[in-house]
Design a protein around this ligand. Structure first.
Ligand SMILES: Cc1ncc(COP(=O)(O)O)c(C=O)c1O
Length: 571
């Protein structure tokens, strides 16, 4: 009797414990974003299953079910655009071709400039990257003397215009030339730099690194070291550099077992932060406010016209406040990754823009005054790399080129320059300036009845497409032709610099509108009555499944509800 009682008691405890574990696990699952992006392991598995397929000539021009004459119009338009591009940039294209197969970055970007089924048929001149040999204010010149307004923003480095950075680099090198490449011993300018970064970050200790990725690595390592906890929380879709530890899903074959990817702006996520005991830090890229829970918009993913982003400053600020509060309550280190937003959204970056003080802040990109940089700022307590009472328990971080004299020099000029009244005034006015410029841009697009809309967070713009189409990715090539330089991700992100005058920005709008009319005249935005975003995505899925399971092809094509697309699929 007694042993039965013990047995039932133990069994009940075990069952209770298992139920408790299941609830905890379930809560974690609920805090993940329901999309594949929110489930890193599944995303990686599914990515391996997606087969490559390529549209042939016929489908390249009519995969949306466009009639024959429209397909011919597109074929002619592409040929014309190709001829003009080849005539306009022979030297640039030749130089790009020379590195095409020998520089890995170029191979990759060439492949991912447009949705993959179109990539093989796309003429080579559109796949190649670009080369430039001169800049002037807001413009960049290719090797054939073509000046274009630069909307690529040099990955976000270019906040103030290229002349500004040339000045930082020249004066910075001038200031440090005497010391040259000495490492280990610091150039005395470091004293001023550290003081300025301390003031700007609101934190009292600084470490220097070579890239934003490295600064993030160090922030996360220190958070784990000081809290003794294992897990980093990042938000779905957020980019924090290419390090394994912050990229647990697609893009990285190695599993990151100590990362939780949770949904942005979610009550369930707050619950996880309030209840779990293994969370060392929360890593926030404040730019994510522009497209919460989604990757940075890129034209390679422009399968249909359902790209959406937009910015709600009040809502995002309220969310950040909640995260700040729960992190403070739970001893979780709040890290702002300001590699992109730092020195752009405001003088004190996103911390000032949203009115939140983080525990650790990473900077990079523009802070180097045009030279490579990563910086971490934090409190003495969190930045400390050793424990007073455990001499061998250290958190080691070094780097040969950290604090390079030339970088310190250019950074010094940058930090002094942005303190000046003219730049401070630019900072004060920039948010409303960009909002009003984007409003004028949209008005113009509306007046021209173009199927385009621009959204923005401050000086970072994105193009949205308002009419269902399978060919929006073509627009990047028309824009380039019209004299607007884009990054390799195309129209997803236009990174503007403060150097644009009103007149220059109006010129950008004019060129954009010209490019859009040319695109329209090429027939790319034709829309048949049955062409909806849903139908396009359904057709894409059918194409993909047909490539994966060829024996199911005819049955799958039968599932298309759009008669035109059915005909195309049978081509
Ligand atoms: C928010 C953020 N963090 C980290 C990085 C990585 O910086 P880097 O490319 O200098 O390694 C980037 C780069 O784009 C970034 O935008």
């Amino acid at each position: 009797m007694a042993s039965a009682l013990i047995f039932y008691t133990l069994a009940s405890i075990a069952l209770g414990y298992l139920a408790y574990r299941a609830v905890i696990r379930l809560q974690l699952s609920r805090a993940k974003h329901p999309s594949l992006r929110g489930h890193s392991n599944w995303a990686r598995r599914v990515a391996r299953l997606i087969p490559f397929f390529s549209y042939d000539q016929a489908r390249f021009f009519a995969c949306d079910g466009a009639p024959l004459d429209r397909a011919q119009q597109r074929r002619n338009a592409l040929r014309e655009l190709q001829t003009r591009t080849e005539q306009q940039c022979p030297a640039t294209l030749a130089h790009c071709r020379a590195i095409q197969n020998s520089v890995s970055d170029v191979q990759f970007t060439s492949r991912y400039r447009v949705p993959f089924p179109f990539s093989e048929q796309l003429p080579e001149c559109f796949k190649l990257g670009s080369m430039a040999d001169e800049t002037r204010g807001s413009q960049v010149k290719d090797l054939d003397g073509n000046w274009r307004y630069d909307l690529s923003g040099s990955y976000g480095v270019n906040v103030f215009g290229y002349d500004f950075y040339k000045q930082c680099m020249d004066e910075g090198i001038e200031k440090t030339r005497g010391l040259g490449p000495v490492l280990g011993a610091y150039h005395p300018l470091i004293v001023e730099n550290v003081e300025a970064i301390r003031q700007i970050s609101g934190l009292n200790e600084v470490s220097f690194h070579m890239s934003g990725t490295e600064a993030v690595m160090q922030a996360v390592r220190l958070a784990r070291y000081h809290t003794g906890k294992t897990h980093l929380v990042r938000f779905c879709g957020a980019y924090h550099g290419w390090w394994d530890g912050v990229q647990p899903g697609i893009g990285n074959t190695r599993k990151a077992r100590d990362v939780y990817t949770l949904a942005d702006q979610s009550e369930q996520t707050l619950h996880i932060l309030r209840t779990r005991k293994d969370i060392a830090c929360v890593l926030i890229n404040p730019l994510q406010a522009f497209h919460p829970n989604s990757d940075a918009p890129s034209d390679t993913a422009l399968v249909a016209s359902d790209r959406s982003n937009g910015f709600d400053k009040t809502g995002y600020t309220a969310w950040l406040r909640q995260v700040r509060e729960v992190c403070s309550q739970r001893g979780i280190v709040l890290i702002f990754d300001e590699v992109f937003t730092g020195f752009r959204l405001a003088y004190r970056g996103a911390q000032e823009f949203y009115g939140i003080q983080a525990d650790l802040v990473t900077y990079g990109k523009t802070l180097g005054g045009g030279l490579p940089i990563g910086v971490l700022a934090g409190s003495h307590r969190l930045m400390k790399r050793f424990k007073d009472d455990q001499p061998v328990n250290v958190s080691f971080a070094r780097g040969t080129f950290n604090s390079h004299p030339y970088v310190m020099g250019a950074m010094n000029v940058f930090l002094n320059r942005i303190r000046q009244p003219d730049v401070q005034q630019q900072y004060r006015e920039s948010e409303s300036l960009w909002n009003s410029r984007v409003a004028a841009f949209n008005q113009r697009l509306q007046d021209e009845a173009l199927p385009l809309r621009i959204t923005n967070i401050h000086s970072i713009l994105s193009v949205l497409y308002t009419r269902p189409s399978r060919y929006n990715w073509m627009f990047q090539f028309y824009l380039r032709q019209a004299g607007l330089e884009l990054g390799w991700t195309g129209t997803g992100r236009l990174i503007m610099s403060y150097s644009f005058t009103d007149a220059e920005f109006n010129e950008v709008i004019e060129r954009f509108v010209t490019a859009a009319h040319q695109m329209d005249a090429g027939g790319w935005w034709w829309q048949g009555p049955e062409l909806t975003n849903k139908a396009i995505k359904r057709q894409f899925l059918v194409d993909m499944l047909s490539a994966r399971f060829p024996f199911l092809k005819s049955w799958l094509h039968g599932q298309l509800f759009n008669q035109n697309l059915k005909k195309v699929a049978e081509l």
